[in-house]
Design a binder for this molecule. Sequence first.
Ligand code: GRF
Length: 193
Amino acid sequence: MKKLIGLKKLKTAVFISGRGSNLKNLLKYSVKKKSIIKIELIISNNTKAKGLNYAKNYKVKKKIFKFNDQINDENKTLKFLKKNNIDLICLAGFMKILSKNFIKKFRGKILNIHPSLLPSYKGLNTHIRVLENNEKFSGCTVHYVNEKLDSGQIILQKKIKIYKKDNAKTLAKKILKQEHLLYPKAIEKIFNP
Ligand code: GRF
């Protein structure tokens, strides 16, 4: 993958399902001169994903694959990625689990961001579970995607302290702020060490 770095930026597809604040942040990063990615595509399984609105602002192509028929839609997605010469996939709040076959085709080239200190608290509702367990710290993780949910090799993590007054909402807000710093940093770490 590192061989891809040269004069050209990595052609990147961001997969989203909802709000898209990480997408927005990656778009902001990608238009910087020093950025090593260029976001070519926004892909969503959800026609109503708010994040799709960023496509227009940043003049990036958007495409919906509903992933109801997973195999069929994954194949269509793969074709579309190939057609657009995509080098890197960044999952950012993408709520579908990609199959082994899909991951194999992009091994080592799919990244994800998760709002916990992995390997702890994989899956959904992380902040609620973290608070229920009276954890003193939480955070976020950027990792490679493998066949198991939220289990691929960790690239970078940011730890934050949890205060007594924190609730799921305040924790989510604090962590999201850190996510926005962490994702570009993790990309830089891999491709521009
Ligand atoms: C983020 O907390 C991310 O870590 C998780 O889903 C959330 C997506 O938020 N995977 P957004 O759509 O990027 O605002």
